[in-house]
Design a protein around this ligand. Structure first.
Ligand code: ME8
Length: 508
């Protein structure tokens, strides 16, 4: 059994979760469930990032003590995970004792390895991004300097600990040249490599102007820069500082899925911290794109935040899980528009997948006493479709292994389209009068493809595929990719069918 470790970013608790947070968590759930279908031993981590000036300011604005505020806000993110039907292994909070201990241990390790020194920081800082910027990265707007993210920066001047990032330049270049798949998609890899090849300066890793953070060991005046604390969550959960722990040995290093906004932290700072602490860098960082709402950037000030609870109640959970990953290539930016959701659901789920399930299963219910039997031989058309389904499995796996979820889904839908064409052409309703033997063969092949497609779609739409499996009488333990090619036994009895994907009224 191969061990597989996957993480979402840990989300800031300064605000309520929105569709962007749901997107990354669902992506990781899909990749995690796919790995479980492969038979891998999966550890899936998500959680909340609760320190830093931004969270402290939000707590003040809510007139709550920071700890009370983060307890309340973190709960929203925990509830969202189960609401989205995501199966996690652990939910980490950076205010957990285990995490404070782990991040202080990481700090001490860096100190012991002579990677940290005390000096003065003077430069541009954005509270919103919790990030430092070089002057040449900024633009000027109404006398204010703006970071590439659009956030305002302020000039800060304070005593600070520094991490010797500049010393890691060559080692990072070497690591990425040897591991060209360690950042995906490819365009992001090139972007990171050219950033590293530029002028990599030492990184300020502590702050003295606020208190809401992990205290720097042996110097209470400083709290850790929120990113060194935050990134450490990925190793806290699997037992750091005990690197001989079962989980640590089994799962590290892993795959981090992040939004493109925080790629630099994960693919430059984090691998450097890890190598400097004698640990391995992540296996891969996958940076996905950004969602807009009807063409506009999603932001609180524009008042166009998309609430995951609301969209799920309008369209259904699996419909939204599906839309997010079928509509937009994973890695690209996407636009959340009501028209495209309805169209996507109707075309792919109601008319293609749902229709195939419904027409085949209700035909078997009505005309065959719910049982398919008497298969003598498959003809060329049957064999062709079966062979096509095997070819689709190979492509599906190849794309899933590189996190191209959209491409995997496209393969499954080509198989479903082809199967609907096959059913139209074979016309079991006519065969019923002309050849019961052929009718049974066609129904059996169709059921087989429905079963196979439902296995492939399971990671994206677990709840709906379970419904299909309940009609098909397939046991939960048989939902694995190993079982993809072991056909149903014959005679095969199914249960009463029902519509799994109702159509969406476009006018709504
Ligand atoms: O950055 N489209 O937390 P955060 C797509 N705490 N994804 C989006 C999105 C959008 N419009 N908006 C948010 C932080 N996301 C840090 C991370 S990790 C050690 C620390 C998703 O609450 C996307 O995954 O700002 C993005 O990277 C993440 O939420 C940012 O969450």
């Amino acid at each position: 059994m191969n061990a597989f470790y996957i993480t979402t970013p840990i989300y800031y608790v300064n605000d309520k979760p929105h569709i962007g947070h749901a997107y990354t968590t669902i992506a990781c759930d899909i990749i995690s469930r796919y790995n479980k279908l492969l038979g891998n031993d999966v550890y899936f981590l998500t959680g909340t990032d609760e320190h830093g000036q931004k969270v402290e300011k939000a707590a003040n604005a809510a007139a709550l003590k920071p700890q009370e505020f983060v307890d309340k806000m973190s709960k929203n993110f925990q509830d969202l995970v189960s609401f989205l039907n995501c199966e996690i292994s652990d939910f980490i909070r950076t205010t957990d004792d285990r995490h404070i201990k782990a991040s202080q241990s990481l700090w001490k390790k860096l100190l012991d390895n002579n990677q940290i020194y005390l000096s003065n920081y003077e430069g541009w800082y954005s509270v919103r991004d919790e990030a430092f910027y070089a002057e040449n990265e900024l633009t000027k707007k109404n006398d204010k300097f703006i970071a590439p993210s659009g956030a305002e920066v302020e000039w800060i001047k304070e005593e600070s600990y520094f991490f010797k990032l500049s010393e890691w330049r060559d080692k990072l270049i070497d690591f990425y040249e040897k591991n060209p798949n360690a950042i995906k998609p490819q365009s992001r890899f090139n972007e990171v490599l050219s950033f590293i090849k530029g002028d990599l300066k030492d990184l300020s890793i502590s702050r003295t102007t606020f208190k809401w953070g992990v205290p720097v060991p042996n110097n209470d005046k400083h709290v850790m820069y929120v990113w060194i604390d935050a990134l450490c969550n990925y190793i806290t959960s699997i037992g750091y500082p005990d690197t001989n722990n079962e989980n640590f040995k089994k799962y590290w290093p892993g795959l981090h899925v992040v939004g493109k906004d925080i790629l630099r932290f994960h693919s430059v700072y984090w691998p450097a911290f890890l190598m400097a602490a004698d640990l391995e860098p992540p296996t891969r960082v996958f940076a996905h794109g950004w969602w807009t709402n009807e063409g506009e950037k999603i932001s609180k000030s524009l008042g166009n935040i998309i609430d995951p609870y609301e969209v799920v109640s309008n369209y259904g959970l699996d419909q939204i899980r599906f839309f997010l990953f079928r509509e937009v290539p994973f890695g690209n930016d996407g636009d959340f528009s009501k028209g495209s959701i309805a169209q996507r659901i109707n075309a792919d789920l109601s008319n293609n997948f749902g229709n195939l399930v419904q027409r085949i299963c209700s035909f078997i219910n009505k005309n065959c006493n719910s049982t398919v039997s008497n298969i003598v031989n498959y003809n060329d058309e049957d064999n062709k479709l079966i062979a096509f389904s095997i070819n689709k499995l190979d492509k599906y796996k190849q794309y899933m292994n590189e996190q191209s979820i959209d491409k995997s889904l496209k393969e499954v839908f080509e198989l479903l389209t082809e199967t609907n064409v096959y059913v139209d052409k074979q016309a079991p309703w006519i065969l019923k009068k002309t050849s019961l033997e052929r009718m049974n063969a066609v129904l059996f092949v169709s059921l087989e493809i429905i079963r196979r497609s439902s296995i492939l779609l399971f990671p994206v739409m677990p709840g709906s595929c379970e419904k299909v499996f309940s009609i098909l009488n397939v046991d939960k333990k048989d939902i694995t990719l190993n079982n993809y090619q072991t056909t149903l036994s014959e005679p095969y009895r199914i249960n009463e069918s029902f519509p799994v994907f109702p159509r969406i009224d476009i006018d709504d």
